[in-house]
Design a protein around this ligand. Structure first.
Ligand code: SAM
Length: 277
């Protein structure tokens, strides 16, 4: 049984994808953990380590959903700031306690060093769950949430240092438009990073992975979220998504330079990277 995306118009497809994420939003994080056995957390960590953001970085996380990349970005920048502060204090051992305290307070209150992350997603429900999660986990500084379509971003040209899209691009109706928009909103020198399910080249592994995806994931979706169809869509969308080299060519067509990708777990997912010159 197929989700029936083959013969629909772009508008109908956009609408169906909206419904899928509207219906999975509340259970999205639990399902993510069960579908990937928690490994999506490691993949997201690797993405942020690859980005290696320094304090002051302005990040746009498109299709940012419930905020996983944004929270990791904030943690990463905070840890860089803490290391900077420790080094600074070490080098100022001859300062008075008062001066050390003032230095510390100054840094503490600006713990992201002017870094900011904007989470942009087309789906109100996903953003709502993300905002609740941020509140619960205590993230607020340097974080904002914007409703918007990756194909028509509500931002000016040349605004961001880094653009990320994690497990989002395969859900976008016109990938070419999303890539052009990524290019437009990045500053010259800015970096594009895309984390997405991809294609496993090893035939045996690929068969096992297919079995797991088509037989297990929709069942998990039904058991955990009572929603077989949405999870079947997620699996089908992974299979329809262009393989690594094809996506690389599409990113180059959008104008990016030094485009490359790294396969994780034999290509189950890949991280594509490119720069705007
Ligand atoms: N990035 C998050 C993560 O890694 O956990 C969420 C990924 S979730 C699989 C896909 C997200 O893409 C959903 O939140 C969905 O609403 C969003 N999305 C789908 N089409 C979009 C579009 N055209 N523009 C922006 N977001 C979109």
């Amino acid at each position: 049984m197929h989700f029936g995306f083959q013969s629909v118009t772009e508008e109908e497809r956009r609408e169906k994808i909206y419904q899928v994420f509207e219906s999975v939003a509340k259970k999205y994080d639990v399902m993510n953990d069960s579908m990937t056995l928690g490994i999506h957390r490691v993949w997201k960590d690797i993405l942020v380590h690859k980005m290696n953001p320094c304090p002051g970085t302005l990040l746009l996380d498109v299709a940012g959903g419930t905020g996983d990349i944004a929270f990791r970005f904030i943690n990463y920048v905070r840890s860089v700031r803490q290391r900077q502060l420790q080094r600074k204090l070490k080098h100022h051992q001859n300062l008075s306690w008062q001066e050390i305290f003032e230095n510390y307070q100054k840094d503490k209150f600006n713990s992201l060093g002017n870094s900011q992350v904007v989470v942009c997603d087309i789906n109100r429900e996903m953003l709502k769950v993300g905002k609740q999660k941020a509140q619960h986990l205590g993230y607020s500084e340097g974080l904002s949430w914007v409703l918007g379509n990756a194909e028509e971003l509500p931002f000016d040209d040349d605004m961001f240092d880094v653009y990320t899209i994690a497990f989002g691009i395969r859900n976008v109706t016109r990938i070419d438009l999303a890539l052009q928009e990524a290019y437009r909103v990045l500053k010259p020198g800015g970096r594009f990073l895309c984390l997405e399910f991809s294609h496993v080249s090893n035939p045996l592994l690929s068969r096992l992975y297919d079995l797991y995806s088509f037989q297990v994931i929709p069942v998990l979706g039904e058991v955990i979220a009572g929603d077989w169809k949405s999870y079947q869509y997620l699996v089908e969308s992974i299979r329809r998504f262009p393989p690594q080299e094809e996506l690389k060519a599409m990113i180059e067509d959008a104008g990016f330079f030094k485009v490359d990708y790294e396969n994780l777990n034999f290509g189950i997912v890949a991280i594509h990277s490119g720069f705007k010159l």
